[in-house]
Design a protein around this ligand. Structure first.
Ligand code: HXC
Length: 512
């Protein structure tokens, strides 16, 4: 027995060394952690339980017959993160470039199924040259298993992808099918790389400009968080998990760090009464949520819409807010997509939605219309209407037109609508409205400028306040900004047992 045990131990150590010290050192020299170091940094101390260490490919082609691939290039198992179960897979670039062969991918899919069976989040740390070329169609089939499993898990358990190295070709579609993508500045992700693009379209671009983290944040919106390096990516992953429930049948853990609901007088001075003046809506959010702490999602994408996770009296909430500091907070295609996706995630995982509104409308323009602002803007309406979690709307200032309706209005099922005294709920701003309603009067007026000013003032008096909306029960209460946290804390408490049953169907048809 002793010699058998010793043999197991020896084999284990050899396998845990991955592709060997030289390759691991090469990885470290690039400022990256190794696959196992990443797992160790993500998991609570001593909690990782590996399965599949002894798994081996069965490929015989192209020199593979006598090639051993430790753990077939991917470390898989279960661990606890902040005391809660997760399942994970971490690709080992030191073993055949982390390439995904048949067994490699079946190991990943197996970890995913364990996530599903146990109701625990799945974390996939990507660092791979993609489909293992030597295994041909088997490696493609393996990827297919992973994609299919991504979809099975979607909406049942949270899925988070970390991109810590190359992620090219079809391999990029697994992260794309997950809920959150965290990419480091040392990693690149694309379907076709710079060389193929050069051959096919003649365009010249570097790998970094094409598929770097900043490019995906700013342009494609594929990435939700940019991390400087692996350590930061793993930290972000742990922080993100702390806001999420383990699965769709439970709630996010309540982590109380801030029990005060005393008024915050500073909030009375954040939003300028003059609607032409801008401000940073994140200052409003910071003045309301626990410890002023917002985990912003896609902070560098469609910055005219702010979305992220925060807590109120320890309860996780999803925040959606127009950002007047960028494009006056107008909603464009990217902002609508960003918010709609976030809302659907929160709804799937029982996270209440709090929406802060200061919006002049949907963004006008040919580019927006040709790009499908109708179809994409409708996603926001769809996502809010379909969401059955508690929905709270706080109207800070402007709330005009279709954008007013779209931003979690009473008519889309908001359970609680609060307005600040600066709120203006109207079909459009006063300046635009008088041009339409009083065009004739203005044309005929002797002093056009004076008449225009008078008409604007008349319109403002009639509509630019929260009172008309409150009179119609479209606003539940008009509150002092300083007391917003208390109102939200109470609304969340009273809405905790909310049930909202919808007609049975396979699924709704969000206008994709
Ligand atoms: C087999 C691979 C591999 C792959 C890398 N390796 N990618 N082996 N299949 N896909 C091996 C290399 O041969 C090398 O082995 C080792 O991993 C390290 O690779 P290097 O090239 O030395 O590393 P580096 O210079 O850092 O470059 C990394 C890389 C490059 C940019 C990822 O390796 C590369 O371009 N690989 C091919 C990428 C690719 O085209 N993949 C297929 C995509 S198609 P040795 O033994 O020499 O150290 C795809 C389809 C999926 O993924 C479809 C799903 C539906």
């Amino acid at each position: 027995m002793q010699s058998l045990i010793a043999e197991v131990q020896k084999k284990r150590e050899a396998l845990e060394a991955g592709g060997g010290e030289a390759r691991l050192e090469k990885q470290r020299a690039q400022g990256k952690l190794t696959a196992r170091e990443r797992v160790a940094k993500l998991a609570d101390a001593d909690s990782f339980e590996e399965f599949g260490l002894f798994a081996q490919h069965r490929s015989t082609q192209l020199g593979m017959a006598d090639k051993e691939a430790a753990a077939d290039g991917v470390v898989t198992g279960a661990a606890s993160v902040d005391g809660r179960l997760v399942h994970l897979a971490s690709q080992d670039f030191s073993v055949l470039g982390g390439s995904a062969g048949e067994v490699h991918s079946l190991k990943v899919a197996d970890a995913m199924h364990r996530s599903l069976k146990t109701g625990s989040p799945f974390v996939f740390i990507n660092d791979s040259g993609g489909a293992r070329v030597q295994e041909g169609i088997d490696s493609l089939s393996g990827y297919g298993q992973v994609f299919y499993s991504n979809v099975l898990l979607s909406g049942a358990v949270p899925q988070i992808s970390l991109i810590c190295g190359p992620c090219a070709g079809g391999a990029a579609y697994s992260p794309a099918l997950t809920d959150f993508v965290i990419q480091t500045r040392k990693a690149q992700m694309f379907i076709t790389g710079p060389q193929v693009i050069k051959q096919v379209t003649g365009e010249d671009i570097t790998a970094e400009a094409l598929g770097g983290a900043d490019a995906h944040m700013a342009h494609s919106g594929v990435v939700h968080f940019v991390a400087e390096d692996d350590e930061e990516a793993l930290y972000l992953c742990r922080r993100l998990l702390s806001f999420l429930p383990s699965n769709n049948l439970t709630e996010a853990p309540r982590i109380v760090t801030d029990e005060s609901i005393d008024p915050n007088p500073a909030l009375n001075d954040v939003v300028p009464v003059d609607t032409k003046q801008s401000y940073d809506v994140r200052d409003v959010i910071a003045g309301i949520v626990d410890q002023g702490d917002l985990l912003e999602v896609q902070a560098g994408h469609a910055m005219n819409m702010v979305v992220g996770f925060a807590r109120i009296l320890g309860r996780s909430v999803g925040i959606i807010a127009n950002q007047p500091a960028v494009m006056s907070g107008a909603i464009d295609i990217k902002a609508a997509n960003k918010a709609a996706r976030f809302i659907r995630f929160c709804n799937a995982f029982n996270i209440p939605l709090i929406t802060f509104v200061d919006v002049p409308g949907y963004l006008p323009g040919v580019e927006q219309e040709y790009g499908g602002i109708i179809r994409n803007g409708a996603k926001l309406l769809f996502a809010y209407s379909a969401a059955s979690v508690p929905k709270i709307q706080v109207i800070l200032r402007k709330s005009y037109g279709g954008a007013h309706v779209a931003m979690s209005s009473r008519d889309l099922g908001a359970d609680c609508v609060l307005a600040w005294p600066t709120a203006e709920v109207a079909v459009m701003g006063a300046e635009g409205a008088v041009e339409i309603v009083f065009r004739k009067e203005m044309q005929e007026a002797e002093d056009k400028a004076k008449t225009r000013e008078e008409l604007i003032a008349r319109y403002r008096e009639a509509f630019a306040s929260p009172y008309v909306a409150a009179g119609r029960r479209l606003v539940d209460d008009i509150i002092e900004p300083a007391s917003t946290r208390r109102h939200l804390a109470r609304a969340l408490e009273y809405l905790h047992s909310k049930r909202d049953h919808r007609p049975p169907k396979k699924h709704g048809l969000i206008p994709l």
